[in-house]
Design a protein around this ligand. Structure first.
Ligand code: HEC
Length: 171
């Protein structure tokens, strides 16, 4: 083979490898799906904060509010606080969504035999439920959010299954 043919062959091979990598690589490095409770999205958090004040704070207290009235209120309603002191963050996404929709709190989490946690499945859309839960997550300190992310990894199957059923379009 002549020197020129050899060079042409090597150059062609390199170009082909380059082109294949350019096609394959973006697919490999495609980012995974946005998290369901996307607390970095300011618009979602703002919508959720409004809903929280209107629909949840009367029983659960306003997050970050450490006033005596706030604490007394949550004791009276026996609704746990949603901040880092509560145990909301110990539930994976799918459980938080189901719980808010149905009002059914797992036996283990019950403070009281008769729960007064309302069923929000009719009053709020899936989008609104996710918005309000996203706001709650946005208020947790970084280490609690990271622990919640780890808990979510353990329940990836259930999270994906429940997520498929949600209608997250903004109405
Ligand atoms: C009428 C009072 C009331 C309102 C309003 C209310 N909740 Fe609750 N919620 C409760 C009570 C009481 C519990 C605890 C139930 C139990 O212990 O059985 C609870 C529990 C929960 C839990 C489980 C917490 C945990 O740590 O296990 C979540 C999540 C939750 N509520 C979300 C919400 C959201 C989101 C809203 C607003 C959209 C809301 N709740 C509005 C009373 C209320």
């Amino acid at each position: 083979m002549s020197k020129l043919a050899e060079i042409t062959l090597v150059v062609t091979a390199m170009v082909l490898i380059g082109v294949s990598l350019a096609i394959v690589y973006p697919r490999l490095s495609e980012p995974t799906r946005e998290p369901l409770l996307d607390w970095k999205d300011n618009a979602v958090v703002a919508r959720g904060a409004k809903l929280y004040a209107e629909q949840c704070a009367s029983c659960h207290g306003s997050i970050g509010g450490s006033s005596i009235t706030n604490k007394m209120n949550t004791i009276q309603t026996s609704a746990p606080s949603h901040d880092a002191d509560g145990h909301t963050w110990e539930h994976p996404d799918f459980a938080l969504v189901q719980l808010t929709k149905t009002g059914e709190v797992a036996e283990l989490c019950r403070n009281v035999s008769e729960s007064t946690m309302p069923e929000f499945g009719q009053a709020l859309s899936d989008r609104q439920i996710v918005d309000v839960l996203t706001y709650i997550k946005s208020t947790w300190p970084k280490d609690i959010r990271m622990r919640h992310d780890e808990i979510n990894l353990l329940y990836e199957g259930q999270n994906t299954a429940v997520r498929e059923l949600l209608d997250l379009s903004e109405s």
